[in-house]
Design a protein around this ligand. Structure first.
Ligand code: NAD
Length: 337
């Protein structure tokens, strides 16, 4: 069993811990938190050992009746791999600890790409991170783009990608985020940081991305145009994408014409936390004219990187090939609607 620690038990960390616990070849050593809040209490109720990210604050946890298993250094020492899901930029401050303990680490997309030798998306470049001491799982938006572009590259060749990313203003619990009533070019400069992030996975890709932020918390919506080397039919592209387990084609017949309806559907069918691990590509939006493909896809920012983190753990240990890992992860989680 691969022993996994999760440092930073928030939006991504709590989902990664549950996904790791569901795998046949992994166990959760524990999770760490800085604040003794409701997430810390929930971690204990779910049976995870809770480690103090800041040992000086152990008393604050215990004063609220939240038992602490030990300091973060113990969690790191006892883990084969740590998934670092601390807030953007904080992972860097733990780099020395991971190295001192000789514990492999999967950082997240909020860290600079230089934090690890490679960035990671299981469908695109799993083998780059095989048997490595660190990798970086790219952001939710970049993961969504990489999953869609990789099969297109393999099947048809790609000349260029142009994507407009209509981004949620914040996650549902981020009550300090916005806008409340505006539509923001975000950033105003083109390309947004997602283009170089995608190139961290696919260095030769010609890609432009533009970011827009809107008052929503549900999902991101991508409007993607891909210039292909060949001229497949829309039907062939649909077949290609529907063969991808982490891409779901949403048909008009399903009645899911919005991100809200996708969320409602997964909640109704029992997905914990309303997670949507798959890229949701609207089948009727797929159009190919003279080798120029366009489509819309919805990306659930809180969960699409979760199966990627599970695969990143296996890649770092070097114990499984990419396809076996993806299949194992997806079966354990129930990926595929
Ligand atoms: P979050 O704020 O929801 O969770 C971070 C957790 O880390 C919190 O529980 C916080 O208490 C804890 N923490 C804070 N400082 C800490 C410290 N010094 N040591 C240990 N724990 C600490 O953040 P998140 O949204 O889960 O993001 C985590 C990472 O994942 C970031 O790099 C982010 O860019 C990336 N990411 C986020 C999303 C998203 O939409 N939320 C999507 C993909 C990737």
């Amino acid at each position: 069993m691969i022993a996994v620690g999760v440092n930073g038990y928030g939006t991504i960390g709590k989902r990664v811990a549950d996904a790791v616990a569901a795998q046949p070849d992994m166990r959760v050593v524990g999770v760490s938190k800085r604040s003794p809040n409701h997430d810390a209490r929930a971690a204990i109720e779910l049976g995870y050992g809770l480690y103090a990210a800041d040992p000086d604050r152990t008393d604050a946890f215990e004063a609220r009746g939240i038992p602490v298993a030990g300091p973060i250094s113990e969690l790191v020492e006892q883990s084969d791999v740590v998934v670092d899901t601390t807030p953007a930029g904080v992972g860097e401050t733990y780099r020395d600890l991971y190295e001192e303990c000789d514990t492999a680490v999967a950082y997240q997309g909020g860290e600079d790409a230089t934090i690890a030798p490679h960035s990671f998306c299981a469908r695109t470049n799993y083998s780059d991170s095989l048997d490595s001491n660190a990798t970086r799982v790219v952001s939710c938006n970049t993961t969504g783009l990489a999953r869609a572009v990789t099969p297109l590259l393999e099947a048809y060749g790609v000349r260029s990608v142009d994507a407009t990313l209509i981004r949620r203003g914040g996650d549902p619990t981020q009550t300090d985020r916005g806008p409340i009533n505006d539509i923001l070019p975000d950033p105003v400069d083109v390309p947004s940081h997602h283009a170089p992030d995608l190139q961290a996975l696919l260095p030769d890709l010609d890609v432009t991305t533009k970011g827009v932020t809107v008052p929503a918390t549900l999902m991101h919506l991508h409007s993607v145009t891909v210039s292909l080397d060949t001229d497949p039919t829309a039907r062939e592209v649909k077949e290609l994408l529907s063969d991808e387990n982490r891409i779901e084609l949403i048909t008009t017949a399903s009645g899911c014409d919005s991100c809200a309806e996708i969320q409602e559907y997964v909640l109704d069918t029992g997905r914990r936390r309303g997670d949507v691990w798959e890229n949701c590509v609207w089948a009727d939006s797929i159009d190919v004219t003279d080798g120029r493909l366009s489509f819309f896809q919805a990306i659930h920012q809180q969960s699409d990187v979760v199966p990627e983190n599970v695969d990143a753990i296996r890649a770092l240990t070097g114990e499984m090939d990419a396809e076996t890992s993806r299949t194992t992860t997806d079966e354990a989680l129930g990926v595929g609607m």
